[in-house]
Design a binder for this molecule. Structure first.
Ligand SMILES: Cc1cc2nc3c(=O)[nH]c(=O)nc-3n(C[C@H](O)[C@H](O)[C@H](O)COP(=O)(O)O)c2cc1C
Length: 193
């Protein structure tokens, strides 16, 4: 593993958001391994402020998708960017599934009592997506699903404690059609020597 070009760096660079999934479930064992990798993320004060809800129920996923789509559309209404316009067209389509047909969602929730909860949970989420990629499992952080937070019935059905908030809803699954993976832009870096 030692050296500048190694498996971890390759895994980081090869993980990309997957937006088309096969109709094949991810095993409970794999999801447990993915969550276990998540909780090794660093946290402020060692707070480990997370809580996970795993949803495999297709009917519920459809209801969540149908609930979130119009909410996001309304929020994006006045944004003129080309990328957003394209996404708005997809969102407006009746059949569009915000979860891209994935068989499972893991919702990473964070405690409102923590000081660094958003950072901690985002690092946990990245660990989970990288772990999944290393196991041949695709993933996508679907921020659109955060709108479920506004719906007390969903929160209750999902068994989410009142003092936790939705931070990272992540879908997992086996990749179907391999879609375009745009390259990264050169980073802006200032060196002070
Ligand atoms: C906070 C956050 C919210 C995101 N929400 C969505 C989303 O709702 N739908 C989606 O398709 N992708 C979503 N993504 C994935 C990003 O679009 C994706 O990571 C980005 O375009 C870079 O592509 P890559 O993951 O393939 O490297 C989200 C990512 C993050 C970090």
């Amino acid at each position: 593993m030692v050296g500048e070009d190694n498996e971890i760096i390759r895994n980081i660079k090869e993980r990309r958001s997957v937006r088309d999934y096969l109709d094949r479930q991810v095993s409970e064992g794999s999801i447990k391994k993915i969550i276990d990798a998540g909780i090794y993320a660093p946290t402020g004060f060692g707070s480990e402020p997370w809580f996970f809800v795993v949803v495999q129920n297709r009917e519920m996923m459809k209801r969540m998708s149908d609930y979130c789509k119009p909410k996001l559309l309304a929020q994006l209404e006045d944004i003129p960017s080309d990328n957003v316009t394209e996404f708005k067209k997809q969102l407006a389509h009746e059949d569009f599934d915000i979860f891209y047909g994935a068989p499972i969602i893991v919702i990473v929730l964070g405690s409102n009592a923590g000081f660094t909860t958003d950072y901690d949970c985002a690092m946990c989420a990245q660990n989970m997506m990288l772990a999944a990629a290393s196991m041949g499992i695709g993933s996508c952080w679907v921020g659109t699903a955060c709108f479920i937070q506004d719906n007390v019935e969903f929160m209750s059905e999902l068994g989410i404690p009142y003092d936790y908030r939705v931070i990272a809803p992540i879908v997992f699954g086996y990749e179907g059609e391999v879609r375009e993976r745009p390259p990264r832009q050169e980073p802006r870096v200032v060196w002070i020597k």
